[in-house]
Design a protein around this ligand. Structure first.
Ligand SMILES: [Cu+2]
Length: 119
């Protein structure tokens, strides 16, 4: 019985589509460095893997589900990506990521953030 459950566990690891192969956001600058009001800014993302930016789609989602493509440039390390945000009015936004890892695995993510007038 124990051998079988071990075998099942190993098989599930093999067939679970290589968790390590996906490009997952491990860090983003939104929490530490809030997006300023009415001023172009840059958001820093770190992935656990190298990202194929040419194949990836990164959109800014604003009120009313309006989507606009945002420019993404490689950072100073593999897996680091800088997003160039336009000047934004106060409100709720999200960054929608459709990202290809270097090995071709696709992952999607949604990072919500607020733009707030400084208190
Ligand atoms: Cu996969």
């Amino acid at each position: 019985m124990r051998l079988i459950s071990k075998l099942v566990f190993v098989l599930s690891l093999i067939t679970s589509c290589g968790v390590h192969a996906h490009a997952v956001v491990t860090h983003n600058s939104l929490a530490l460095k809030p997006v300023p009001v009415n001023q172009a800014s840059q958001v820093e993302l770190s992935f656990n893997s190298k990202v194929e930016l040419d194949l990836s789609e990164i959109h800014l989602v604003s009120a009313g589900d309006k989507m606009q493509v945002i420019e993404a440039v490689p950072g100073d390390k593999p897996g680091k990506v800088l997003l160039n945000l336009p000047a934004l009015m106060p409100g709720e936004y999200a960054i929608k990521l459709k990202v290809f890892a270097a090995d071709g695995h696709l992952s999607e993510d949604l990072l919500r953030f607020f733009v707030k007038q400084p208190q």
